[in-house]
Design a protein around this ligand. Structure first.
Ligand code: ADP
Length: 356
Protein backbone atom coordinates (compact mmCIF):
# COMPACT_ATOMS: atom_id res chain seq x y z
CA UNK A 1 0.00 0.00 0.00
CA UNK A 2 1.04 3.61 -0.32
CA UNK A 3 0.92 7.00 1.33
CA UNK A 4 -0.93 9.82 -0.42
CA UNK A 5 -0.28 13.53 -0.12
CA UNK A 6 -2.04 16.62 -1.41
CA UNK A 7 -0.02 19.80 -1.39
CA UNK A 8 -1.95 23.07 -1.78
CA UNK A 9 -4.44 21.50 -4.17
CA UNK A 10 -7.03 23.78 -5.76
CA UNK A 11 -9.70 22.94 -8.31
CA UNK A 12 -11.56 25.69 -10.12
CA UNK A 13 -14.24 24.56 -12.59
CA UNK A 14 -15.15 26.51 -15.71
CA UNK A 15 -16.54 29.86 -14.75
CA UNK A 16 -15.30 30.51 -11.30
CA UNK A 17 -16.52 27.62 -9.13
CA UNK A 18 -13.77 27.06 -6.56
CA UNK A 19 -14.63 23.45 -5.68
CA UNK A 20 -11.43 22.80 -3.71
CA UNK A 21 -9.46 25.66 -2.20
CA UNK A 22 -5.79 25.17 -1.30
CA UNK A 23 -6.18 21.82 0.48
CA UNK A 24 -3.15 20.00 1.91
CA UNK A 25 -3.43 16.49 3.39
CA UNK A 26 -0.84 13.87 4.33
CA UNK A 27 -2.32 10.37 4.45
CA UNK A 28 -0.04 7.66 5.84
CA UNK A 29 0.40 4.16 4.49
CA UNK A 30 -2.35 1.97 5.95
CA UNK A 31 -4.40 4.87 7.27
CA UNK A 32 -8.21 5.19 6.99
CA UNK A 33 -9.04 8.83 6.29
CA UNK A 34 -12.60 10.07 5.90
CA UNK A 35 -13.40 13.22 3.93
CA UNK A 36 -16.59 14.62 5.43
CA UNK A 37 -18.60 17.78 4.89
CA UNK A 38 -21.97 18.96 3.61
CA UNK A 39 -23.03 18.45 0.01
CA UNK A 40 -20.97 20.63 -2.35
CA UNK A 41 -18.02 21.01 0.04
CA UNK A 42 -15.54 19.49 -2.46
CA UNK A 43 -15.19 15.92 -1.14
CA UNK A 44 -15.86 14.09 -4.41
CA UNK A 45 -13.71 16.52 -6.36
CA UNK A 46 -10.77 15.74 -4.06
CA UNK A 47 -11.33 12.01 -4.53
CA UNK A 48 -11.67 12.43 -8.30
CA UNK A 49 -8.38 14.36 -8.42
CA UNK A 50 -6.62 11.62 -6.44
CA UNK A 51 -8.05 8.98 -8.80
CA UNK A 52 -7.10 10.97 -11.91
CA UNK A 53 -10.66 11.65 -13.11
CA UNK A 54 -10.03 15.39 -12.63
CA UNK A 55 -6.79 17.35 -12.89
CA UNK A 56 -6.10 20.00 -10.23
CA UNK A 57 -5.95 23.64 -11.31
CA UNK A 58 -3.07 24.08 -8.92
CA UNK A 59 -1.04 22.04 -6.42
CA UNK A 60 0.57 18.60 -6.34
CA UNK A 61 -0.69 15.09 -5.58
CA UNK A 62 1.79 12.36 -4.63
CA UNK A 63 1.47 8.60 -4.26
CA UNK A 64 4.38 7.68 -1.99
CA UNK A 65 7.02 10.04 -3.38
CA UNK A 66 5.81 9.93 -6.95
CA UNK A 67 4.14 13.02 -8.41
CA UNK A 68 0.89 11.74 -9.98
CA UNK A 69 -0.84 15.12 -10.36
CA UNK A 70 -1.43 14.65 -14.08
CA UNK A 71 -1.03 10.84 -14.41
CA UNK A 72 -3.86 8.94 -16.14
CA UNK A 73 -6.25 6.98 -13.83
CA UNK A 74 -4.95 3.58 -14.97
CA UNK A 75 -1.35 4.57 -14.23
CA UNK A 76 -2.22 5.09 -10.57
CA UNK A 77 -3.27 1.58 -9.43
CA UNK A 78 -6.00 2.86 -7.13
CA UNK A 79 -9.13 0.83 -6.32
CA UNK A 80 -12.34 2.85 -6.62
CA UNK A 81 -15.71 2.05 -5.01
CA UNK A 82 -18.69 4.24 -5.90
CA UNK A 83 -22.13 4.84 -4.44
CA UNK A 84 -23.86 3.42 -7.54
CA UNK A 85 -21.64 0.26 -7.58
CA UNK A 86 -20.68 0.77 -11.27
CA UNK A 87 -20.98 -2.95 -12.10
CA UNK A 88 -21.33 -4.31 -15.65
CA UNK A 89 -24.98 -5.48 -15.84
CA UNK A 90 -24.33 -8.27 -18.37
CA UNK A 91 -21.50 -9.86 -16.37
CA UNK A 92 -21.81 -12.17 -13.35
CA UNK A 93 -20.41 -11.13 -9.96
CA UNK A 94 -17.38 -13.34 -10.63
CA UNK A 95 -16.79 -11.76 -14.06
CA UNK A 96 -17.25 -8.27 -12.66
CA UNK A 97 -14.64 -8.98 -10.00
CA UNK A 98 -12.11 -10.45 -12.42
CA UNK A 99 -12.72 -8.00 -15.27
CA UNK A 100 -9.97 -5.55 -14.26
CA UNK A 101 -7.40 -8.31 -13.90
CA UNK A 102 -8.21 -9.76 -17.34
CA UNK A 103 -8.04 -6.30 -18.94
CA UNK A 104 -4.71 -5.61 -17.37
CA UNK A 105 -3.32 -8.95 -18.55
CA UNK A 106 -0.39 -10.90 -17.13
CA UNK A 107 -2.52 -13.14 -14.86
CA UNK A 108 -3.13 -16.82 -15.56
CA UNK A 109 -6.69 -18.20 -15.33
CA UNK A 110 -5.70 -20.11 -12.17
CA UNK A 111 -4.33 -17.00 -10.55
CA UNK A 112 -7.47 -15.02 -11.41
CA UNK A 113 -9.66 -17.81 -9.99
CA UNK A 114 -7.61 -17.91 -6.82
CA UNK A 115 -7.83 -14.16 -6.29
CA UNK A 116 -11.57 -14.05 -6.95
CA UNK A 117 -12.18 -16.95 -4.55
CA UNK A 118 -10.08 -15.29 -1.87
CA UNK A 119 -11.90 -11.96 -2.25
CA UNK A 120 -15.27 -13.74 -2.32
CA UNK A 121 -14.49 -15.54 0.93
CA UNK A 122 -13.29 -12.34 2.54
CA UNK A 123 -16.49 -10.55 1.53
CA UNK A 124 -18.79 -13.56 2.30
CA UNK A 125 -20.15 -13.65 -1.26
CA UNK A 126 -19.24 -17.14 -2.49
CA UNK A 127 -22.95 -18.04 -2.73
CA UNK A 128 -23.80 -15.53 -5.41
CA UNK A 129 -20.63 -15.33 -7.53
CA UNK A 130 -22.53 -16.55 -10.60
CA UNK A 131 -25.41 -14.10 -10.25
CA UNK A 132 -25.74 -10.99 -12.36
CA UNK A 133 -26.12 -7.55 -10.74
CA UNK A 134 -29.92 -7.46 -11.33
CA UNK A 135 -30.20 -10.63 -9.19
CA UNK A 136 -28.31 -9.05 -6.28
CA UNK A 137 -29.45 -6.84 -3.40
CA UNK A 138 -27.83 -3.42 -2.81
CA UNK A 139 -25.57 -4.83 -0.10
CA UNK A 140 -24.51 -7.75 -2.29
CA UNK A 141 -23.75 -5.42 -5.20
CA UNK A 142 -21.60 -3.26 -2.96
CA UNK A 143 -19.71 -6.36 -1.80
CA UNK A 144 -19.01 -7.24 -5.43
CA UNK A 145 -17.78 -3.69 -6.05
CA UNK A 146 -15.49 -3.94 -3.01
CA UNK A 147 -14.29 -7.37 -4.13
CA UNK A 148 -13.44 -5.96 -7.54
CA UNK A 149 -11.27 -3.29 -5.92
CA UNK A 150 -9.67 -5.87 -3.61
CA UNK A 151 -8.46 -8.38 -6.22
CA UNK A 152 -6.29 -5.82 -7.97
CA UNK A 153 -3.01 -4.95 -6.32
CA UNK A 154 -4.24 -1.47 -5.56
CA UNK A 155 -1.95 0.99 -3.83
CA UNK A 156 -4.92 2.52 -2.03
CA UNK A 157 -8.72 2.45 -1.96
CA UNK A 158 -10.90 5.41 -2.76
CA UNK A 159 -14.54 5.09 -1.70
CA UNK A 160 -17.19 7.68 -2.61
CA UNK A 161 -20.29 7.37 -0.39
CA UNK A 162 -20.27 3.57 -0.89
CA UNK A 163 -23.04 2.90 1.65
CA UNK A 164 -25.51 5.68 0.96
CA UNK A 165 -27.82 3.53 -1.21
CA UNK A 166 -28.23 0.93 1.54
CA UNK A 167 -30.85 0.89 4.30
CA UNK A 168 -29.81 1.93 7.81
CA UNK A 169 -29.29 -1.57 9.22
CA UNK A 170 -27.22 -2.81 6.31
CA UNK A 171 -25.24 0.41 6.31
CA UNK A 172 -24.18 -0.15 9.92
CA UNK A 173 -23.26 -3.76 9.16
CA UNK A 174 -21.23 -2.88 6.04
CA UNK A 175 -19.55 -0.04 7.92
CA UNK A 176 -18.13 -2.57 10.37
CA UNK A 177 -17.18 -4.98 7.58
CA UNK A 178 -15.27 -2.31 5.66
CA UNK A 179 -13.48 -1.23 8.83
CA UNK A 180 -12.47 -4.79 9.69
CA UNK A 181 -11.27 -5.44 6.15
CA UNK A 182 -9.32 -2.19 6.12
CA UNK A 183 -7.59 -3.06 9.38
CA UNK A 184 -6.91 -6.67 8.41
CA UNK A 185 -5.37 -5.73 5.07
CA UNK A 186 -3.82 -2.48 6.27
CA UNK A 187 -5.25 -0.74 3.23
CA UNK A 188 -4.67 2.97 2.76
CA UNK A 189 -8.25 4.16 2.35
CA UNK A 190 -9.84 7.51 1.57
CA UNK A 191 -13.56 7.41 2.21
CA UNK A 192 -16.02 10.17 1.31
CA UNK A 193 -19.25 10.69 3.24
CA UNK A 194 -21.58 13.54 4.22
CA UNK A 195 -22.57 11.57 7.34
CA UNK A 196 -20.70 12.71 10.42
CA UNK A 197 -21.58 9.53 12.35
CA UNK A 198 -20.00 7.42 9.62
CA UNK A 199 -16.94 9.68 9.68
CA UNK A 200 -16.60 9.57 13.47
CA UNK A 201 -16.97 5.80 13.71
CA UNK A 202 -14.83 4.78 10.74
CA UNK A 203 -11.94 7.20 10.33
CA UNK A 204 -8.48 6.99 11.94
CA UNK A 205 -8.51 10.67 11.02
CA UNK A 206 -11.20 12.82 9.47
CA UNK A 207 -10.77 15.78 7.14
CA UNK A 208 -13.69 18.16 7.59
CA UNK A 209 -14.48 20.35 4.58
CA UNK A 210 -16.74 23.31 3.98
CA UNK A 211 -16.96 25.36 0.75
CA UNK A 212 -13.86 23.59 -0.60
CA UNK A 213 -11.73 24.57 2.38
CA UNK A 214 -10.22 22.17 4.89
CA UNK A 215 -11.58 23.12 8.31
CA UNK A 216 -9.78 20.53 10.43
CA UNK A 217 -7.78 17.34 9.90
CA UNK A 218 -7.43 15.15 12.98
CA UNK A 219 -8.77 12.19 14.91
CA UNK A 220 -12.51 11.98 15.60
CA UNK A 221 -11.75 12.64 19.28
CA UNK A 222 -9.87 15.84 18.44
CA UNK A 223 -12.69 17.06 16.21
CA UNK A 224 -15.22 16.39 18.98
CA UNK A 225 -13.28 17.77 21.95
CA UNK A 226 -11.13 20.42 20.28
CA UNK A 227 -13.02 21.73 17.25
CA UNK A 228 -11.08 24.47 15.40
CA UNK A 229 -14.07 26.67 14.70
CA UNK A 230 -17.83 27.03 14.90
CA UNK A 231 -18.33 25.10 11.66
CA UNK A 232 -16.54 21.97 12.92
CA UNK A 233 -18.13 22.30 16.36
CA UNK A 234 -21.60 22.43 14.82
CA UNK A 235 -20.99 19.72 12.23
CA UNK A 236 -19.53 17.05 14.53
CA UNK A 237 -21.86 15.68 17.21
CA UNK A 238 -25.58 15.02 17.26
CA UNK A 239 -27.69 16.87 18.27
CA UNK A 240 -25.53 19.79 17.22
CA UNK A 241 -23.57 21.95 19.69
CA UNK A 242 -25.44 24.95 21.18
CA UNK A 243 -23.98 28.36 20.38
CA UNK A 244 -24.60 31.45 22.49
CA UNK A 245 -23.37 34.98 21.64
CA UNK A 246 -21.58 36.46 24.66
CA UNK A 247 -19.66 39.61 25.61
CA UNK A 248 -16.10 39.19 26.82
CA UNK A 249 -14.44 41.29 29.51
CA UNK A 250 -10.66 41.13 29.94
CA UNK A 251 -10.39 44.03 32.41
CA UNK A 252 -10.29 41.94 35.62
CA UNK A 253 -7.67 39.37 36.71
CA UNK A 254 -8.96 36.74 34.32
CA UNK A 255 -11.48 36.76 31.51
CA UNK A 256 -15.20 36.82 32.10
CA UNK A 257 -18.06 36.34 29.70
CA UNK A 258 -21.54 37.65 30.06
CA UNK A 259 -24.95 37.21 28.60
CA UNK A 260 -28.18 38.82 29.76
CA UNK A 261 -28.95 35.68 31.78
CA UNK A 262 -25.51 34.82 33.21
CA UNK A 263 -22.00 36.03 33.89
CA UNK A 264 -19.07 33.76 34.42
CA UNK A 265 -15.28 33.61 34.81
CA UNK A 266 -13.67 31.52 32.05
CA UNK A 267 -10.82 29.09 32.81
CA UNK A 268 -7.62 30.53 31.25
CA UNK A 269 -7.02 27.65 28.84
CA UNK A 270 -10.49 28.15 27.36
CA UNK A 271 -10.16 31.97 27.23
CA UNK A 272 -6.89 31.42 25.30
CA UNK A 273 -8.85 30.25 22.27
CA UNK A 274 -9.98 33.80 21.43
CA UNK A 275 -7.80 36.94 20.92
CA UNK A 276 -7.16 38.85 24.17
CA UNK A 277 -8.62 42.10 22.78
CA UNK A 278 -11.85 40.49 21.55
CA UNK A 279 -15.02 41.84 23.16
CA UNK A 280 -17.49 39.40 21.56
CA UNK A 281 -17.34 35.63 21.29
CA UNK A 282 -19.45 32.58 20.60
CA UNK A 283 -19.82 30.20 23.53
CA UNK A 284 -20.33 26.58 22.49
CA UNK A 285 -21.64 23.80 24.71
CA UNK A 286 -22.78 20.36 23.64
CA UNK A 287 -26.34 19.20 24.50
CA UNK A 288 -24.88 16.19 26.34
CA UNK A 289 -22.71 18.48 28.53
CA UNK A 290 -25.67 20.43 29.92
CA UNK A 291 -27.22 19.58 33.29
CA UNK A 292 -30.64 20.44 34.68
CA UNK A 293 -31.25 21.74 38.25
CA UNK A 294 -27.96 20.18 39.26
CA UNK A 295 -26.32 22.95 41.30
CA UNK A 296 -23.39 23.26 38.90
CA UNK A 297 -22.08 26.73 38.21
CA UNK A 298 -22.97 28.67 36.10
CA UNK A 299 -26.74 28.32 36.21
CA UNK A 300 -29.04 29.75 33.58
CA UNK A 301 -32.78 30.05 34.28
CA UNK A 302 -34.83 28.96 31.26
CA UNK A 303 -38.29 27.67 30.37
CA UNK A 304 -38.68 24.27 28.74
CA UNK A 305 -40.38 24.66 25.33
CA UNK A 306 -40.46 21.04 24.17
CA UNK A 307 -39.53 17.66 25.69
CA UNK A 308 -38.53 14.92 23.24
CA UNK A 309 -38.30 11.51 24.94
CA UNK A 310 -35.83 9.17 23.15
CA UNK A 311 -35.77 6.25 25.60
CA UNK A 312 -32.70 6.38 27.84
CA UNK A 313 -32.32 10.09 27.21
CA UNK A 314 -34.58 13.04 26.53
CA UNK A 315 -33.99 16.23 24.58
CA UNK A 316 -35.13 19.46 26.23
CA UNK A 317 -35.62 22.39 23.88
CA UNK A 318 -35.36 25.85 25.44
CA UNK A 319 -34.62 29.35 24.20
CA UNK A 320 -32.16 32.02 25.26
CA UNK A 321 -32.98 35.32 23.59
CA UNK A 322 -34.02 34.42 20.04
CA UNK A 323 -31.95 31.26 19.84
CA UNK A 324 -33.30 27.73 20.35
CA UNK A 325 -31.05 25.33 22.27
CA UNK A 326 -31.10 21.67 23.25
CA UNK A 327 -30.08 19.82 26.42
CA UNK A 328 -29.71 16.05 26.25
CA UNK A 329 -30.30 14.55 29.71
CA UNK A 330 -31.16 11.19 31.22
CA UNK A 331 -34.76 9.97 31.30
CA UNK A 332 -34.68 10.03 35.13
CA UNK A 333 -34.98 13.82 35.43
CA UNK A 334 -38.69 14.60 35.45
CA UNK A 335 -39.32 17.66 33.32
CA UNK A 336 -42.41 18.86 31.50
CA UNK A 337 -43.06 21.46 28.87
CA UNK A 338 -43.49 24.90 30.45
CA UNK A 339 -41.31 24.09 33.51
CA UNK A 340 -38.88 26.72 34.78
CA UNK A 341 -35.51 24.99 35.12
CA UNK A 342 -31.87 25.90 35.69
CA UNK A 343 -29.45 24.80 33.01
CA UNK A 344 -25.86 24.28 34.14
CA UNK A 345 -22.56 23.11 32.75
CA UNK A 346 -19.07 22.27 33.86
CA UNK A 347 -16.86 25.22 32.80
CA UNK A 348 -14.32 22.69 31.49
CA UNK A 349 -16.84 21.43 28.93
CA UNK A 350 -17.41 24.69 27.07
CA UNK A 351 -15.71 26.10 23.98
CA UNK A 352 -15.11 29.72 23.03
CA UNK A 353 -14.90 30.74 19.38
CA UNK A 354 -14.34 34.00 17.54
CA UNK A 355 -17.71 35.71 17.13
CA UNK A 356 -19.13 34.92 13.68
P1 ADP B 1 -19.30 17.11 -2.52
O1 ADP B 1 -18.69 15.84 -2.98
O2 ADP B 1 -18.75 17.58 -1.21
O3 ADP B 1 -20.80 17.09 -2.52
P2 ADP B 1 -18.31 18.17 -5.02
O4 ADP B 1 -16.84 17.94 -4.97
O5 ADP B 1 -19.13 17.23 -5.83
O6 ADP B 1 -18.88 18.28 -3.53
O7 ADP B 1 -18.59 19.63 -5.58
C1 ADP B 1 -17.94 20.79 -5.08
C2 ADP B 1 -18.40 22.00 -5.87
O8 ADP B 1 -17.91 21.90 -7.20
C3 ADP B 1 -19.89 22.15 -5.97
O9 ADP B 1 -20.20 23.51 -5.95
C4 ADP B 1 -20.20 21.54 -7.33
O10 ADP B 1 -21.37 22.11 -7.88
C5 ADP B 1 -18.97 21.94 -8.13
N1 ADP B 1 -18.66 20.99 -9.22
C6 ADP B 1 -18.37 19.67 -9.06
N2 ADP B 1 -18.09 19.11 -10.26
C7 ADP B 1 -18.23 20.09 -11.19
C8 ADP B 1 -18.08 20.15 -12.63
N3 ADP B 1 -17.72 19.07 -13.33
N4 ADP B 1 -18.29 21.34 -13.24
C9 ADP B 1 -18.64 22.44 -12.52
N5 ADP B 1 -18.79 22.46 -11.19
C10 ADP B 1 -18.58 21.31 -10.52
Amino acid sequence: MASISLENVTKIFSGDVVAVDDVSLEISDGEFVVLVGPSGSGKSTILRMISGLEVPTDGTIKLDDEDITTAKPKERDLGMVFQNYALYPHLSARENISFGLRMRGGYSDEEIDERVTEAAEMMSMTDYLDHRPNELSGGQKQRVALGRALVRDSKAFLMDEPLSNLDAKLRTQMRTEIQQLQQRLDMTTIYVTHDQTEAMTMGDRIAILNHGELQQFGTPIEAYYRPNNVFVAGFIGSPSMNFIDVSVDHSGDGTSISHQKFEWEVPDHIADSIPSDETNATLGVRPEDLTVNDGDDPQIPVTVDVVEPLGKEQLLHFSLGNEMHIASITEHVLVSEGDEIRIGFDPEDVHLFDAE
